[in-house]
Design a protein around this ligand. Structure first.
Ligand SMILES: *[C@@H]1O[C@H](CO)[C@@H](O)[C@H](O)[C@H]1NC(C)=O
Ligand SMILES: *[C@@H]1O[C@H](CO)[C@@H](O)[C@H](O)[C@H]1NC(C)=O
Ligand SMILES: *[C@@H]1O[C@H](CO)[C@@H](O)[C@H](O)[C@H]1NC(C)=O
Ligand SMILES: *[C@@H]1O[C@H](CO)[C@@H](O)[C@H](O)[C@H]1NC(C)=O
Ligand SMILES: *[C@@H]1O[C@H](CO)[C@@H](O)[C@H](O)[C@H]1NC(C)=O
Ligand SMILES: *[C@@H]1O[C@H](CO)[C@@H](O)[C@H](O)[C@H]1NC(C)=O
Ligand SMILES: *[C@@H]1O[C@H](CO)[C@@H](O)[C@H](O)[C@H]1NC(C)=O
Ligand SMILES: *[C@@H]1O[C@H](CO)[C@@H](O)[C@H](O)[C@H]1NC(C)=O
Length: 370
């Protein structure tokens, strides 16, 4: 084949790719499943991510979608064009489910949307019929909402790249919303002794407005007294190091430090109270992240936190200095760089801080339905 022919063939390929990508469905082309418009379905009664369920004996689990309260037998709409993969029930799901497959999304790859706690009929109406493999259009009525004994609602999920529950990610990342308001997500960093009052930990409390449930990641940056970065510890709700298949366990969760699974460095996650009433009262959703066992650094260390939403928008806290090194006062190591931090343990203020902070964390009690 001559060069010209090859170039022609390539230009056809490039043009084809261009046409394909320009027809991709962007986030703002989609709709929310209950309202059926680009306005966010609000209130939501349980955000994506780690949570506690008082209704199940304060058990912790990983909430793999968002709960959207809806009047019993509300219409449920396809959020985008797709292909039916599950049409009302499936042995892997304990309640009614419709699942659609999407391959034309702007983000690239394959996506699945799940509409759970739904039924295909309501009395006096003809049942909705969806054949497995059939195409549905954005806005098509695909089911009726049902719920659980504690709340009439649907559970809405987006699974990224596969049908497996481990691939769930925050639906807000893929649905229309005002992400430019991300600065209303707030983080507060404090330092406290650990529960054993020996080693230090940093606590980051993240507050998320009830109408912008887009928080995704927190990073704790640890620097030594000469401001040399030592370690970044993080928790990422859509990241590979979080167990999103986590079923009901204890009333709190610990995650191994993703940098060092063999270490005793842990991140303890305490979900904050949140349900649909929180929205009515304009109360924040949120989480407490306790980064347990900060490294003992001679001359002390500094920490700061950065929070990110699902779109990568970020916000940093101020730096805090710490001097805790296993509860003992260590003499500054003499080196060519003069230590700039006091080595005297600041005993009284952290104690007050821990009381206040733990008070807040212990008040993080949630009443959720699934
Ligand atoms: C509606 O669905 C339920 C459960 O899926 C079934 O028990 C009931 O017979 C159906 N009713 C009608 C009218 O199809
Ligand atoms: C689901 O699909 C199967 C097979 O295509 C079909 O037999 C069944 O009637 C469908 N159910 C509904 C509710 O459309
Ligand atoms: C739907 O919700 C109602 C009311 O909570 C409940 O009685 C019913 O069993 C649920 N399921 C169906 C298929 O209607
Ligand atoms: C963004 O906010 C405006 C008002 O602040 C609202 O009218 C609009 O519906 C919102 N858009 C989305 C996608 O929620
Ligand atoms: C994640 O949690 C599930 C359910 O509790 C458990 O079976 C699985 O082993 C966990 N996976 C990892 C990698 O810890
Ligand atoms: C957490 O669970 C433990 C036992 O598993 C219990 O002793 C403790 O009171 C619970 N804490 C909260 C805040 O529910
Ligand atoms: C809700 O709270 C946020 C701050 O958390 C505030 O900016 C906003 O004005 C409040 N809205 C209402 C309706 O009270
Ligand atoms: C902290 O101090 C205790 C008591 O002196 C000691 O047993 C423990 O090994 C120390 N831990 C570290 C990490 O240095």
């Amino acid at each position: 084949m001559g060069l010209i022919t090859l170039l022609r063939a390539l230009s056809v390929v490039i043009l084809h790719c261009y046409v394909q990508s320009s027809s991709a469905v962007t986030r703002n082309d989609r709709i929310w499943p209950i309202g059926g418009t680009t306005s966010v379905d609000l209130p939501q009664s349980s955000p994506f991510g780690p949570r506690l369920q008082i209704s199940r004996g304060s058990k912790y689990d990983y909430h793999r979608g968002v709960d959207i309260p809806a009047i019993l037998y509300s219409n449920v709409y396809a959020v985008a064009d797709g292909i039916v993969r599950i049409n009302g029930s499936h042995p892997a799901y304990s309640d009614g489910v419709v699942q659609l497959k999407h391959t034309d999304w702007d983000e690239g790859g394959v996506f699945y949307t799940n509409y759970i706690h739904v039924v295909m009929n309501k009395s006096g109406q003809n049942p909705i019929t969806l054949a497995i493999g059939q195409s549905v259009s954005k806005g098509q009525h695909i089911a009726y909402s049902n719920g659980t004994s504690s709340l009439d609602h649907i559970h809405f999920e987006v699974r990224v790249g596969s049908v497996f529950s481990r691939d769930c990610c925050n639906p807000w990342k893929y649905m229309p919303n005002n992400d430019s308001d991300y600065s209303s997500i707030e983080a507060e960093l404090s330092l406290t002794p650990n529960y054993d009052s020996i080693d230090c930990q940093a606590v980051v409390i993240v507050s998320v407005p009830p109408n912008l449930l887009t928080f995704n990641r927190v990073e704790l940056h640890i620097l030594d007294s000469s401001d040399t970065p030592q370690k970044v510890r993080f928790y990422d709700m859509c990241g590979t190091n979080v167990n999103r298949t986590q079923g009901q366990v204890d009333n709190s969760t610990y995650q191994d430090d993703p940098d060092d699974y063999s270490s005793s460095y842990l991140i303890r996650i305490s979900p904050m109270f949140f349900n649909s009433k929180s929205y009515e009262k304009n109360e924040s959703a949120g989480w407490g992240f306790e980064f347990v066992d900060l490294p003992s650094l001679s001359g002390g260390g500094r920490v700061m936190a950065i929070i990110f939403d699902v779109f990568g928008n970020s916000k940093s806290t101020e730096y805090l200095s710490y001097t805790c090194s296993n509860g003992t006062t260590t003499a500054p190591t003499t080196s060519s760089t003069t230590p700039t931090h006091s080595t005297t343990p600041t005993s009284s203020s952290p104690t007050l801080a821990v009381a206040a902070t733990l008070g807040t964390i212990c008040a993080f009690v949630a009443i959720y339905s699934i």
